[in-house]
Design a protein. Structure first.
Length: 438
């Protein structure tokens, strides 16, 4: 689009995320967005089938959220949150406590998903340290993803993203991801999830008294390949932590706010984590904001006359009032619009369409939970995130007016709750057409 003058500035000065700038195609300019669609300067319409990296949950430009942002910006745009308070943050904290698993009564605000995890890791480690215990280890999952800051990378298990930095990261232990279709467990598919949980438990026993917390993405491992877990696995992880006195961190940055057909994915167990990480859809995809919730017991372990026992973590924009106002309105829309029920309706369409896709040549697995549907293909080239077909498939979908960004050989959709049934079918039609062609 040579008639978009600011694209030249982008080309000369901007470094885009998760992009090999030497080989990537020029970025697609977006002039505006509305509902489920992005619009380019020349009027082209693109269906946002991944919710703009899983953030947009009500579609773009929801008028109620736009109005809440404008009204809050005119009233109070920002204030330091150390030693000060404001109504949007207080009301949002109470709302999050209400919808979270029971017992998570304290809320620490930050700015994005990675940072919510950093806060959780600090909370877990210092909780034990403040009690006189030294527990320097964490346990994460192979293919687990928790963000790109250093603590989040250490806890994650996607080598394609973080392997280059491994020498700089603190030590974390890895348990197998419950990716059932790849498992050779004699118990068969489903039973293997219990075997994975047993191996995690064995890891905790081997390092008894040294592990501060286990961190997982409950029910759905996102960037690691859209791996769907079972409720039995979730329950077994909670039990393994309880048996050994280890904290359980639930990273619901992706899965929170109805995406899996429950308000929080932990409800599929149901299980109650000790620490819960939230971001992405928290503001309806409009502004950066994150929250880390924890139990009263963890919070009280930081209370002391010693200043050094406080949680010495913060950000200039902690609990930004405008972002908090957007989040409050987003939660209201989610509950009033029966968002969880809508996710289940989308899942029903996914199931019916995935049954057909399963039979296509080259498809090795299909899976869905809530609004997420994934088709895993036989690896080509490097396989995984670097599978050579990913960029080619993305272009094929864009040529059809649909934004899908495959995770290598895993083609997935994770649309906003506002998407129509017809638009969901359109996505599946495009996936079927492209996969038959390739």
């Amino acid at each position: 689009m040579t008639d978009v003058p600011w694209l030249d500035l982008d080309g000369r000065h901007v470094w885009h995320p998760y992009t090999q700038m030497a080989t990537a195609a020029p970025p697609i300019p977006v002039a505006r967005a509305e509902g489920s669609y992005l619009y380019t300067p020349d009027g082209r319409q693109i269906l946002d089938a991944i919710g703009s990296w899983w953030t947009s949950i009500h579609g773009h430009g929801h008028p109620r959220i736009v109005r809440a942002i404008a009204e809050q910006a005119a009233r109070l745009d920002h204030v330091i949150f150390a030693g000060f308070a404001h109504e949007p943050a207080a009301r949002l904290a109470a709302a999050l406590v209400r919808i979270a698993p029971k017992g998570l009564d304290r809320v620490f605000f930050s700015d994005d998903g990675s940072t919510s995890v950093e806060v959780a890791l600090k909370m877990a480690y210092q909780h034990f340290r403040n009690r006189g215990e030294e527990r320097p280890l964490f346990v994460g999952l192979d293919r687990g993803y928790h963000g790109d800051t250093f603590g989040a990378m250490a806890a994650g298990g996607v080598e394609e993203f973080h392997g280059a930095f491994r020498p700089l990261l603190f030590r974390a232990l890895r348990a197998p991801a419950p990716h059932c279709w790849t498992c050779d467990s004699p118990g068969g598919r489903g039973r293997c999830a219990v075997e994975c949980a047993r191996k995690l438990g064995d890891l905790l026993s081997t390092h008894a008294g040294r592990v501060a917390a286990v961190i997982i993405e409950p029910m759905l491992l996102g960037a690691g390949g859209m791996i769907v877990c079972t409720r039995e696995y979730l329950l077994a992880v909670r039990e393994a932590c309880d048996r050994r006195g280890v904290l359980f961190i639930a990273d619901e940055v992706l899965t929170g706010f109805g995406r899996t057909g429950k308000m929080m994915a932990c409800e599929h167990g149901p299980v109650k984590p000790d620490i819960l990480c939230l971001s992405k859809a928290l503001t309806g995809g409009t502004l950066p904001l994150a929250a880390t919730l924890c139990t009263e017991e963890i919070y009280r372990s930081f209370l002391s006359k010693e200043p050094g026992k406080a949680l010495l973590h913060g950000h200039s924009y902690t609990a930004n009032p405008i972002a908090c106002a957007a989040a409050l309105e987003s939660l209201a829309i989610l509950e009033e619009g029966r968002g969880v029920e809508r996710a289940r309706a989308i899942e029903a369409i996914h199931k019916s369409r995935l049954d057909r896709l399963r039979r296509l040549p080259g498809v090795v697995d299909v899976r869905t939970i809530g609004v997420m549907a994934a088709v895993e293909l036989e690896p080509a080239g490097a396989g995984g995130y670097f599978d050579e077909r990913g960029p080619r498939l993305q272009k094929e979908f864009l040529d059809r007016g649909i934004l899908l960004r495959p995770l290598g050989n895993v083609v997935y959709t994770l649309p906003p709750l506002s998407i129509t049934d017809a638009e969901v079918h359109r996505i599946h039609d495009a996936i079927a057409e492209v996969l038959k062609k390739t």
